[in-house]
Ligand binder design. Structure first.
Ligand code: GLU
Ligand code: MG
Length: 434
């Protein structure tokens, strides 16, 4: 006999899915009352160190599972049941450090300032850890075939969890694969991105493999990016991202939103590329992102105008989307999207306009030439990114009281944990936990 358990979870600021189990038989009660949670948990780093924080042993919170996120994943010896939820105080107020509540706040802000809703999807790259580089395998059938069984099980699991699988491919790096799913509303997209990573890791383990979504495994190799695609629909649900008459096809709302992301990217980078090794990936010629630039179909731009394969205006309008490439899987998807939406809303509030899109190698330009075009090299370490975040008071205005300090303390604690490790050792440490 066994009594099935449901794992109620949050994707926390370490980008880890953490939570507590309760009997499935008590689901109704737990959906109403939640499970107990502890403020200091937010200081637990991805390596399980506890950074110095304001909470100590004090305080109590609730983790309220949301039935809409329910995952039921059959594995060879068990069924994993997981629900994501919001963290609240005991009186039901969203907790300042709940990543999912932060995203809900950002979604509401966008509706308020622009009357539009964001549609999003996360594109994921991961590597099978025990696979060395096999020259000739990139994008090949032989390389694909090694991952086919895993890919097919994952596709079925995604569909069963309510996602629409899009593609699965053998990427360029050692044992590297990419997985995409269809876009949906912003909250669901972040929930799905969170669950997708867990699904891949669980099924890989079931297959005797170890999958890692770490930002980069090896300083000399390619990274594992998280590319966040987004577009907008109006109050009637009609696409409103594209405008044939706009610069580079950007509708006014898209232009202002993109300009906000470009302006605040250096300050929010510590949220979207939040590990020490993330900054190995954010270097030129790695097809990731090294400058705060809008690029036209350029995989080296941090904000990319994606291709559209249509000539008919209705289809162009439905396909047109932008992609933020300076994110990785050390970040909670909810936090990444919340910061992008806030930065975009700030651009709308400030009445900004996006610059013309680039389509060139920016690493050939001097800092002065870049500055003339409003472009800068992104912070080149987590320390530098945290300093930019700490210095940007506008970002503070988007966030609940106390959250930014907690985040910075958490991340500085993580860096302290790695202080005696070389970059290669840090890569190995992150590969093991993401
Ligand atoms: N691996 C690259 C990254 O770190 C992305 C490659 C691609 O364009 O899919 O973002
Ligand atoms: Mg890729």
């Amino acid at each position: 006999m066994s009594d099935p358990l449901v794992f109620a979870a949050t994707c926390d600021i370490a980008g880890k899915v953490r939570g507590k189990g309760f009997p499935l038989s008590a689901l109704d009660k737990r959906l109403e009352k939640g499970v107990g949670w502890t403020p200091t948990n937010v200081m637990i780093s991805c390596f399980d160190g506890i950074a110095e924080g304001p909470f100590g042993s004090l305080g109590d919170l609730l983790l309220m599972p949301d039935a809409a996120t329910q995952l039921e994943l059959p594995l060879s010896d068990r069924v994993e049941r997981v629900m994501l939820g919001d963290i609240t105080t005991l009186d039901g107020t969203p907790w300042a450090c709940c990543t999912r509540s932060l995203l809900k706040g950002a979604i509401a802000r966008l509706e308020r300032v622009a009357g539009v809703r964001a549609i999003a999807t996360f594109e994921h790259e991961f590597q099978l850890l025990d696979h060395d580089a096999t020259p000739g395998d990139a994008f090949s059938l032989a390389g694909f075939s090694v991952g086919r069984r895993l890919g097919e099980r994952v596709m079925a699991a995604l569909r069963a969890a309510g996602m629409q699988p899009d593609t699965f491919l053998r990427e360029f790096g050692a044992g590297q694969y990419e997985l995409t799913i269809d876009p949906t509303d912003a909250l669901t997209a972040a929930d799905q991105a969170t669950m997708l990573r867990e699904i891949v890791k669980l099924i890989a383990a079931d297959e005797g493999e170890r999958a890692t979504f770490t930002p980069i495994r090896d300083a000399a190799g390619v990274g594992n990016g998280v590319h966040v695609h987004f577009s907008f629909v109006d109050a009637q649900g009609q696409p409103c991202t594209w405008d044939a008459a706009g610069q580079d096809g950007l509708a006014p709302v898209t232009s202002a939103f993109a300009a906000g992301i470009l302006k605040y990217m250096p300050a929010i980078l510590a949220f979207t590329a939040p590990s020490r090794v993330s900054y190995l990936r954010l270097t030129p010629h790695r097809w990731s992102a090294a400058y705060n630039n809008l690029g036209d179909r350029d995989r080296e731009s941090s904000l990319r105008i994606c291709p559209v394969a249509a000539t008919d205006p209705d289809r162009i309008a439905r396909q047109f989307n932008l992609e933020y490439r300076a994110a990785d899987a050390a970040a909670a998807p909810h936090l990444v999207l919340a910061m992008l939406l806030h930065a975009g809303c700030q651009g709308i509030d400030e009445g900004l306009t996006a610059p013309p899109a680039t389509q060139e190698d920016l690493s050939l330009l001097s800092p002065e030439a870049l500055a003339d075009r409003g472009i800068e090299r992104l912070p080149q370490s987590l320390e530098a990114a945290l300093d930019r975040l700490a210095a940007e008071e506008v970002v503070q205005g988007w966030l609940p009281e106390g959250f930014r300090e907690v985040y910075i303390a958490h991340k500085r604690g993580e860096l302290d944990e790695l202080s005696s490790r070389s970059m290669d050792e840090a890569c190995a440490a992150y590969a093991a936990v993401y």
